[in-house]
Design a binder for this molecule. Structure first.
Ligand code: ZN
Ligand code: ZN
Length: 382
């Protein structure tokens, strides 16, 4: 990755403060480890944060422009973000929102996001290829029936909070690597809801929540792969006292199939031919994941490793994922590799027949005009 701070943030050397801030915000959101799937996202995130820390400060920026990063470090500068507990804390400090974590597993602050729920689903190979519907049953936080989520025993038991005057938030000014930061924090007294409860609901103890059995229908898209995760935004636990609901994450596991392997959107199968079939040609029957086998014309003289393609009989194309106007899903291909089996346990009669064939064969019948590279290419990679 680039090591120049301007390049890291993808900005011009004369970029103004607002541009730098925007660039950092964009990069940070893109690289946040909760969001990015790239393995080095955290390291890159740290680097762009360093870049931002330097370029957003006029003094440090001037030093950097003249003497570079070494000059800064020789001058005693060190990245400050290490003082923050976690990357989520940096986001909290800078962006003032909890979209990048914090809410999950933390204390139930009013207005906080509900818990994320993870459910694993096992699919047959065919279901992953063609798509499937599943009903997922799980337990998570739901709205308390007794108080309808207010947390109070009676509507009169809700009072305006005196600490925050009903605002739900208190302001706190602190110094950080980003300069002076005014942070809005949830009011410690009312937990951010702006109201206090003099008489909490007896069923939920004031949380407004109760465990809930959920049953969620999930349409699993054709073409999903083992290890992929589906996010259903807002289908997790109910938000804390008015906050947004958490997400439901579905972790997909796919069973193997004895007949096919996946290669991206394509399925690969192997068609076994006898020596006679390969030499004389045959109308072969090829299994498909759809159920009905397909007939495939294998021409006379087919060589081992020959590859034939049945269009549109592969896995759903997840990326192009839009359904076509006719409602069908675009699919990859079924690739058929021909294998020629050589018999091992011949009867005396069969051995005689082959020996007779051997006495009749000569080099010309093989028409072997391919060189070693052509043959290897055909067998190893089409
Ligand atoms: Zn309640
Ligand atoms: Zn308050």
């Amino acid at each position: 990755m680039a090591s120049d701070f301007y390049q890291l943030l993808e900005i011009e050397r004369d970029a103004d403060a607002a541009t730098i801030k925007r660039a950092y915000r964009r990069k940070a959101r893109e690289l946040h480890p909760d969001v990015s799937e790239e393995p080095d996202a955290e390291e890159r995130f740290r680097r762009v944060t360093e870049a931002y820390e330097v370029l957003s400060d006029d003094g440090r920026r001037a030093t950097y422009d003249r003497y570079g990063e070494d000059g800064l470090r020789n001058g005693g500068w060190e990245p400050q973000f290490a003082n923050f507990g976690s990357i989520a804390d940096i986001f909290g400090a800078f962006f003032g929102d909890d979209r990048f974590g914090g809410a999950g597993g933390g204390a139930a602050v009013a207005g906080g996001r509900g818990e994320d729920v993870q459910v694993a689903v096992d699919l047959e190979f065919r279901e992953a290829v063609l798509g499937a519907d599943r009903t997922l049953d799980f337990t998570t936080a739901g709205t308390c029936d007794t108080c309808d989520g207010s947390g109070a025993a009676t509507p009169d038991a809700l009072r305006t909070c005196e600490t925050c005057a009903g605002q739900g938030a208190v302001r706190q000014v602190s110094r950080s690597i980003f300069g002076q930061v005014v942070q809005e924090r949830a009011c410690p007294r009312c937990g951010g809801r702006g109201q206090t409860i003099s008489d909490p609901c007896g069923s939920c103890g004031g949380s407004g929540e109760q465990p809930e059995q959920r049953s969620v229908e999930v349409g699993i898209p054709a073409g999903i792969q083992d290890g992929q995760r589906i996010r259903l935004t807002g289908r997790g636990g109910v938000g804390h006292l008015g906050g947004p609901s958490g997400n439901l994450y579905v972790d997909v596991r796919v069973r193997d199939d004895e007949r096919f392997v996946r290669e991206g959107d394509d399925l690969i199968t192997v068609l076994d031919l006898t020596i006679a079939e390969a030499a004389l040609g045959v109308l072969a029957s090829v299994p498909t994941v759809d159920g009905e086998p397909r007939e495939l014309e294998v021409p006379a003289g087919t060589q081992p490793g020959t590859r034939m393609t049945l269009r549109g009989l592969g896995a759903g194309r997840l990326r192009g994922g839009q359904a076509r106007p006719d409602g069908q899903v675009d699919r990859g291909d079924l690739v058929v590799y021909c294998n020629v089996r050589v018999p091992r346990d011949l009867s005396p009669e069969q051995r005689d027949a082959l020996a007779r064939f051997q006495s009749l064969e000569d080099d010309r019948i093989y028409r072997d005009r391919e060189g070693i590279f052509d043959r290897l290419r055909r067998m190893v990679k089409p």
